[in-house]
Design a protein around this ligand. Structure first.
Ligand code: AMP
Ligand code: MN
Ligand code: MN
Ligand code: MN
Length: 283
C-alpha cells in the first residue's frame, strides 16, 4: 500500500506544470490524504491549494522548498507548517526570487555564447506564474530542439562546466532554517541522497542542520533508491532528526515520481508528523 502522505510537491508557482488546484485534485485522485505544497522559494500557491483541499476533502500543509548555499554547494530545505505571512520568511523568499532573475540573465548570456539565442525571453515564457528556474530554461531548450526532454537538457546544459551554467549564491542555511522555524514551521533537509557531498560532508551537513534548528530529513523521496531509504533512516536516528516522505512531484510526465506511489517510511523511523493532529484524517 502506498503512503497516503506526501510532503513535497510543486505547482506552476515554481517549476511544476499543474496549478495549485489541479495539483490538489491530482493528489486526491491518487489517494493522497495529506499533501504539502512546497514550491521553490515561493508561497504564492498556498491559498489556492488550501481552498482546493477543502473541496477535495484532503489536508493541505503549508510548505516551501528553500534554495540554500552550504559550503559552496546548493542544498534544499523544505519548510512544513510555515506561516506564509511571517515577515522575515516573506522578505527572505523575495530576495531569493530577485536573485533568480539576475541568475537567469547570466544563464542566458552563457547560452548566447554557445550560440543559443533568445533563452531569457524563452524561459520567461514558461515562467509566467512565479519564480524563474533552470527547469524553465530546460523547457525552452527542449522546445527549440536542443534536447529530447528536460532530463536530457540537464546532461548537456545548465550544470557546472556546460553552457548555461551560472554560479549563484542562495540563502545561507542558518537564515533559511531561521525563517522557517521563526514562522512556526519545521525545517526538513530535502532529498539528501541527491547531494554529491561525500560521507564526511554529509555528516557535517546533518550535524550543522540539527544544530541550527533543523527537525527532519527526507528519508523516502522519489530521488532515493530503497537502499537510500534505509541509509537515511539510520542517519536520521544518529542525528536525532525526524523522518519525512514526499514525491517531489512536478506534474504529469515531468521527472520524479507520480503522487501516491511511495512506500511508507521504514518501520523504525519517527515521522515528522508524529504529533500532528491532522494526521488522524490520513488514517
Ligand atoms: P534551480 O532551482 O533553478 O536551480 O532549478 C532546479 C530544478 O531543476 C530542480 O528543482 C528540478 O526540478 C530541476 N532539475 C535539476 N536537475 C535535474 C535533472 N537532472 N533532471 C531533471 N530536472 C532537474
Ligand atoms: Mn523543481
Ligand atoms: Mn529540491
Ligand atoms: Mn522539490
Amino acid at each position: 500500500m502506498p503512503s497516503p502522505i506526501d510532503l513535497h510537491s510543486h505547482s506552476v508557482i515554481s517549476d511544476g506544470t499543474l496549478t495549485p488546484s489541479q495539483l490538489v485534485e491530482h493528489a486526491a485522485a491518487r489517494g493522497v490524504r495529506v499533501l504539502a505544497l512546497t514550491d521553490h522559494d515561493d508561497v504564492a500557491g498556498l491559498e489556492e491549494a488550501a481552498e482546493a483541499a477543502v473541496r477535495h476533502g484532503i489536508v493541505l500543509i503549508n510548505g516551501v522548498e528553500i534554495s540554500v548555499t552550504w559550503n559552496g554547494r546548493t542544498v534544499h530545505v523544505v519548510g512544513l507548517k510555515i506561516s506564509p505571512d511571517h515577515a522575515p520568511l516573506v522578505q527572505g523568499l523575495a530576495a531569493i526570487r530577485q536573485g533568480r532573475y539576475q541568475r537567469a540573465e547570466g544563464m542566458a548570456a552563457s547560452l548566447e555564447l554557445a550560440g543559443i539565442h533568445g533563452s531569457l525571453q524563452g524561459a520567461h515564457a514558461y515562467a509566467t506564474c512565479g519564480i524563474i528556474s533552470r527547469t524553465h530554461f530546460a523547457r525552452f531548450l527542449v522546445q527549440q530542439g536542443y534536447a529530447k526532454d528536460v532530463s536530457a537538457v540537464f546532461k548537456k546544459y545548465l550544470v557546472k562546466g556546460k553552457p548555461g551554467y551560472q554560479e549563484h549564491r542562495w540563502a545561507p542555511l542558518e537564515e533559511a532554517v531561521g525563517w522557517i522555524t521563526g514562522s512556526g514551521g519545521i525545517a526538513v533537509l530535502a532529498h539528501p541522497g541527491r547531494y554529491d557531498l561525500g560521507r564526511v560532508n554529509m555528516l557535517k551537513l546533518l550535524a550543522e542542520f540539527r544544530e541550527l534548528g533543523g527537525t527532519g530529513v527526507e528519508v523516502v523521496t522519489a530521488s532515493h533508491t530503497p537502499e537510500q531509504y534505509h541509509h537515511f533512516a539510520r542517519l536520521s536516528h544518529q542525528f536525532g532528526l525526524l523522518a519525512s516522505l514526499g514525491s517531489d512531484y512536478h506534474g504529469p510526465g515531468q521527472t520524479y515520481s507520480d503522487m501516491g506511489r511511495l512506500p511508507d517510511l521504514p518501520a523504525n523511523c519517527r515521522p515528522v508528523w508524529h504529533d500532528w493532529p491532522e494526521m488522524r484524517l490520513a488514517a
